[in-house]
Design a protein around this ligand. Sequence first.
Ligand code: DSN
Length: 411
Amino acid sequence: MNNLLNFDKEIAELIALEEEREKYSIRLIPSENYVSKAVREATGSILTNKYSEGYPRKRYYEGQENIDLIEQIAIDRAKSLFGSYGANVQALSGAPANLGVMLGLLKPNDKIMGMALPHGGHLTHGWKVSASGIYYDSVQYELNPETSMLDYDMIRDLALKEKPKLIIAGSSAYPRFIDFAKFREIADEVGAYLLSDMAHIAGLVAGGVHPSPVPHSHVVTTTTHKTLRGPRGGMALMAKGFVRKVNKGIFPGLQGGPHNHTTAAIAVALKEASQDSFKLYAQQIVKNAKVLSEELINHGFNLVTNGTDNHLILIDLTNKNISGKELSVALNKVHIVTNANSVPFDKRSPMDPSGIRIGTPAVTTKGMKETEMKEIAKWINLVSQNINNETKLTKIANEVKDFSLKFNLEN
Ligand code: DSN
């Protein structure tokens, strides 16, 4: 980045420092990853120079001969990878994708029903402080208090009582499979649309290790940068009869011109995700998560639902007498990067909750396997036992740095 270094040393140096941090850290935030150099090249390309309001072959500005082809390739690859009837690759991220779909399918104040944020749902699934909870009449389903699992009878009862126009399946902190077919049955029974948000699991769905929401949903949304390992962006996949409505919701309903450099990078990421090597990657994410959760249980940690089916683990620290914030801050000091997270039915505040959320997409991209998961569990345990022991934390930090730097990203 010589041009940047020459013109703006301050920013160039901070980017270099972040690159170093990402190299020597063990990055366990389950929504983060490392993209390939090919994805980065497309993201950093001159496509950022072009405005393209509209959709391929129906634009408001001229000069779209290359952009139309790029966007159409991204659309076709999304449809082919996930088996959907239609695809929109313009949503700027997951939150705009969800809001764009709502704008396309609903009227203001229509009733929507999604999973409560403290139970693992997402802000944009109707939580009151987000546009989805402000402009729509939102009711929220919760997890079963005994099992902390989705309880389809409870969800059905709430749907029958509330009669929402839209039901949202999907979460950002749920470690188990989601039964999208069951959600569709419930949606059909009450005459609701089913929107499945697969942001966290899109890469697992592409890799065939999580059941796909696509055959069961009217619309599926996703970000493109989590397990799918693309640039920061969003997509919507539509069933027959929903393409025009959703396209209209995203543009002109919510957004202006798409980010063409991101669209190109999404196309590249979708090509990567259709390779056999990506299937192995998705399988290894889940294998790693399962070993990491078993090891944590062996170290005396309580996991929400006692394990995982996917890439994500939610640790309930109540029995350890430390808070999620305390542990995540201490782990960051040793370069193990996680996030504090509420656990279902949490009695603590969201700013200092009872849990931490971890996941294996990024470490798996780095090439770490089952053996490394055992080391990571050991360090998480050691840090939890030495939370105020700066000497011990410094020693662990050095070990983590050396360990992580041994795993070089291939591309
Ligand atoms: N911020 C994302 C996550 O970490 O899960 C959700 O949008």
